[in-house]
Design a binder for this molecule. Structure first.
Ligand SMILES: C[S@@+](CC[C@H](N)C(=O)[O-])C[C@H]1O[C@@H](n2cnc3c(N)ncnc32)[C@H](O)[C@@H]1O
Length: 214
C-alpha cells in the first residue's frame, strides 16, 4: 500500500515552527532581496533551462520579485504564487500572480494539467503541509512535467519546520524526496547537488520529480 499523502506519518512535531504566528504577518512587508548568492542563483537558472520547455507554461510556487528563469527564454506563460503582493507585482517574469497562504490552504487555484513545469526555490522548508501541496502540484502539472525544488543551507530559522532545522543538507534531500513519494503522484524522483564549485559560494541542491497527474 502506498502512503498516499499522510503527513501524519511524520513525527507529530515535525512541522512545528518556532514562530507560529500567521505567515501573513511575517510576509506583510516586501523583501526585495536575494536569499542565495549569484552563483547559486545561476545554478537554479541552469536547472530551469534544462527542465522547463521554452514554450511551456511555468508555475513559480512560493514566488517573490524574482523567478530565476533564464532571461533569454520566453515562456508561454509564467504564473507566480506567494505571500507578498508587492513582491509579486514587481516580478517582471510573471504574467499573473496569486497571493495564497499554502499553510492555510494547500489547494492550488489552477486546473488539472495546466503547467509544463513548476519551480519552488529556497522555500519548501516553510511548508507545514508539503505532501498536500506537492500532490496539488502534481495535479496541475501535465503528466511527465517536472517539479524542480531547490534549496541551500540557510533559511528564516523561525519559520522553517522543525524537521528541516534538525537535518543537514543530505537529510533535506531525503526529506523532500520523501514528500514527493508520500504525495503519491510523482515518479523519477531524484536529488542533485548543483553547488557551485567555488569556495565561499552558497551550496545549491535540487530534488526533481515528474508528475503522474492527479
Ligand atoms: C526565501 S523566500 C524565496 C522567494 C523566491 N522563491 C526566491 O527564490 O527568491 C520564501 C518565499 O516563500 C513564500 N512563502 C512562505 N511561506 C508561504 C506560505 N505559507 N504560502 C505561500 N508562500 C509562502 C514567500 O512568499 C517567499 O516569497
Amino acid at each position: 500500500m502506498t502512503n498516499r499523502g499522510h503527513p501524519s506519518r511524520f513525527p507529530a512535531d515535525a512541522f512545528r515552527r518556532q514562530d507560529e504566528s500567521p505567515d501573513e504577518e511575517f510576509y506583510r512587508s516586501p523583501r526585495f532581496v536575494t536569499h542565495i548568492d549569484d552563483r547559486a542563483i545561476a545554478a537554479v537558472t541552469q536547472l530551469y533551462r534544462e527542465y522547463f520547455p521554452a514554450d511551456g507554461a511555468v508555475l513559480d510556487l512560493m514566488s517573490s520579485w524574482i523567478s530565476h528563469l533564464p532571461p533569454k527564454i520566453e515562456y508561454h506563460r509564467v504564473i507566480g504564487l506567494g505571500m507578498n503582493e508587492e513582491e509579486l507585482k514587481g516580478n517582471p517574469r510573471l504574467d499573473s500572480h496569486t497571493v495564497q497562504d499554502l499553510n492555510q490552504n494547500a489547494a492550488l487555484p489552477f486546473a488539472d494539467n495546466e503547467f509544463d513545469g513548476c519551480g519552488i526555490c529556497v522555500s519548501v522548508d516553510y511548508l507545514t503541509r508539503p505532501v498536500e501541496v506537492l500532490r496539488e502540484v502534481g495535479r496541475v502539472l501535465k503528466v511527465g512535467a517536472p517539479v524542480v525544488i531547490t534549496f541551500s543551507n540557510r533559511c528564516f530559522v523561525d519559520k522553517a519546520i522543525a524537521a528541516w532545522r534538525q537535518l543537514d543538507d543530505e537529510g533535506h534531500m531525503r526529506l523532500v524526496e520523501e514528500y514527493l513519494r508520500r504525495a503519491g503522484n510523482w515518479n523519477d524522483i531524484h536529488s542533485l547537488d548543483r553547488s557551485p564549485r567555488r569556495m565561499f559560494s552558497d551550496p545549491l541542491y535540487a530534488v526533481v520529480g515528474r508528475s503522474m497527474g492527479s
